[in-house]
Design a protein. Sequence first.
Length: 129
Amino acid sequence: MLIQEDYAKVNVPMLPVVVGNEATAKQVWRYTVGLVPLTLLMSYPLGACGAVYALGAIALGYIFLKKAWQLRNDYNNRDLARGTFKYSIFYMMLLSVVMVIDALPITRYGVASLSNGLQSIWHAIPIVG
């Protein structure tokens, strides 16, 4: 969307050139809606990543969905298109960083300790009834 005039000048049939900004922004929204839940599959049900990754993926995905929704509603805003594009690259990089942090032994140990502590507190609460 940012350089569609350049693509049009050299007859390269990129999506914004072929269908316009509105349809392109709707595609960005659809693909983002599909991508975010897929990233969460790494935690559940696949179990390849843990809670730290899941929380990071949820937070990053929320921001991405918000940006894609804004672009979908204001599809001729070049600054919004630029920001969404830059965030999409940043999003993938940060997901990878969170995945590495989640896999560190100290992170796994910390999450397990926190989980055990919360379970102890939960079991110490008297049940009234």
